[in-house]
Design a binder for this molecule. Structure first.
Ligand code: GLP
Length: 249
């Protein structure tokens, strides 16, 4: 079941999403948060850094990592998470897939599934790619997959090249939680802002679950909250806005 929460802008998205995460953290003694990278969650992590909620009882599992990048590499997702969040708050344990596994990416994926098994996710934070990808599950990814090694599409490489000096430096593969792993989370929180995400949000609302649009898998989950700003919601009509927003009240 999808619930839509409308925010005015990116700042308000971060505020609303932070509140949902904080509530989850405070709800019990042992919590596992699923975390995401990308620019969308940056405002949320900034709120964590300033508000400093209690996190000693919180384990985190991240969605994905570029294949071939060590955790110390400045563009790795492990490095991003350390810089934005983990170096600032005392978490119980933090997990990110190993993009530079000494044996292979497949081995890293297998080990990550074992970690996920031991740490069922209470609340999973998600961004969304312009082509509808979640984590690094690109169009065509199987809804039944656990953690796996995947090729990145041209659209994703282009979008993520803004973090690298040149497009050629963007890794072409990643280790990512699969759609099936993501759907195991008890609750899911997806955030999207800006016009670039409007088409993906429209398709997510309008399409029946289909592997050609990965985010539509979320329609098979019982508890998904989508926090979007006006620009990301700009292709939705009044009826859709009313129908999905009503579910959140
Ligand atoms: C990357 C990540 C995704 C993220 C997406 C959108 O490809 N693997 O987890 O949701 O980008 O990123 P952004 O929030 O920067 O638009």
């Amino acid at each position: 079941m999808l619930k839509l929460v409308l925010a005015n802008d990116e700042k308000e998205i971060s505020q609303k999403a932070y509140e949902i995460m904080e509530q989850e953290i405070n709800s019990k003694d042992d919590v596992t948060l699923g975390l995401a990278t990308g620019s969308s969650p940056e405002g949320i992590y900034e709120l964590f850094r300033t508000k400093k909620p209690k996190t000693n009882h919180v384990t985190t599992v991240n969605l994905d990592e570029y294949l071939g990048l060590e955790g110390t590499h400045p563009k790795s997702y492990r490095h991003f998470m350390n810089e934005k969040l983990f170096n600032h708050l005392p978490f119980k344990e933090t997990f990110v897939p190993d993009g530079a596994h000494p044996i292979s990416g497949e081995e890293a994926a297998k080990e990550y599934d074992a970690i996920l098994n031991d740490h069922p996710v209470d609340l999973q934070l998600l961004g969304i790619g312009e082509n509808g990808h979640i984590a690094f599950n690109e169009p065509g990814a199987s809804f039944d997959a656990g953690t796996n090694v995947t090729d990145l599409t041209e659209s994703t490489i282009n979008a993520n090249s803004r973090y690298f000096k040149t497009k050629d430096e963007v890794p072409t593969q990643a280790v990512t939680m699969g759609i099936a792993s993501i759907l195991k989370a008890k609750k899911i929180l997806l955030i999207a802002s800006g016009e670039k995400k409007a088409k993906a949000i429209k398709e997510l609302i309008e399409l029946a679950p289909t592997e050609t649009m990965p985010a539509t898998a979320l329609k098979n989950h019982p508890d998904v909250t989508i926090v979007v700003d006006k620009k990301a919601a700009s292709l939705l009509n009044e009826k859709q806005l009313k129908q999905y927003s009503k579910m959140s009240s």
